[in-house]
Design a protein around this ligand. Sequence first.
Ligand SMILES: Cc1cc2nc3c(=O)[nH]c(=O)nc-3n(C[C@H](O)[C@H](O)[C@H](O)COP(=O)(O)OP(=O)(O)OC[C@H]3O[C@@H](n4cnc5c(N)ncnc54)[C@H](O)[C@@H]3O)c2cc1C
Length: 264
Amino acid sequence: MYSFDYQRPDSKAAAAAALSGDARYLAGGQSLVQAMKLRLSQSERLVDLGGVSDLKGITVANNTVTIGAMTTHASVAASAEVRKAIPALAELAGGIGDPMVRNMGTIGGSIANADPAACYPAGLVGLGATVHTNQRTIGADAFFTGLYETALKPGELITAVSFPVPAKAAYIKFKQPASRFALVGVFVSQGSGGARVAVTGAKGSVFRVKEMEDALARNFSADAVKSIKVPATDINSDLHGSAEYRAAMITVMAARAVAAANSR
Ligand SMILES: Cc1cc2nc3c(=O)[nH]c(=O)nc-3n(C[C@H](O)[C@H](O)[C@H](O)COP(=O)(O)OP(=O)(O)OC[C@H]3O[C@@H](n4cnc5c(N)ncnc54)[C@H](O)[C@@H]3O)c2cc1C
């Protein structure tokens, strides 16, 4: 990789202050360091968030699960509080990559990276989560803006993500067998805000399927979605699956996710 300078601040304020010029935050390094090794990404300076202790941790209060940006996927998967409040979220985290990725990768890094096949974007949009930064709060629906793009401004630091506890939820992904990224992943939930269906892996960014949400609002059952087709017109197509195949998988994964949510 290209050479770079390295800083390890010990507070959120110091981290944000360090992010000037051609610098980037470093969280678990599971996406950023890979890209740097391939020389697809270059920064003069990395600001390591690993020394900022108050970016880590999980709290559950007032029917809301709040997860610090530097909390690893493994910690979310293992959290008894998350498993009790939103088991689908713990399962999503436990299904990411492999043990090394889960022990290093963080929720903040995953959503800032906004990989089109990542799991957390579906969890955030599927639950109607809120992203907290050092400057503001951003609703999940407005956070993911495109392929590897988010609503974050330059230097803006994600501090936490809060999730409303749903009545029912599940995430089912059809995985790419080598990486475990989602060829198609669908997160469904039923909560006070209604039914949500969020799809990852099938377009440049996570998206909701309104026709399925309307059907689930009337009848939260697998039968309600199993015949709803998603047009293949703007769906991803690559060597792992054609647009038509992925579009068909959205319906299959959605029906399986609703069945899983109902079986808890
Ligand atoms: C082999 C492999 C398999 C994988 N499989 C899956 C999978 O099945 N599902 C899945 O969802 N993901 C998968 N991933 C990706 C993984 O989840 C990464 O952990 C995640 O994409 C990046 O998180 P990170 O903490 O490593 O962030 P980093 O790589 O350190 O950073 C990623 C980006 O986020 C920015 N950033 C980091 N933290 C913050 C913050 N707090 N505020 C603002 N910006 C920030 C960084 O500057 C950088 O641009 C896989 C990765 C690998 C290597």
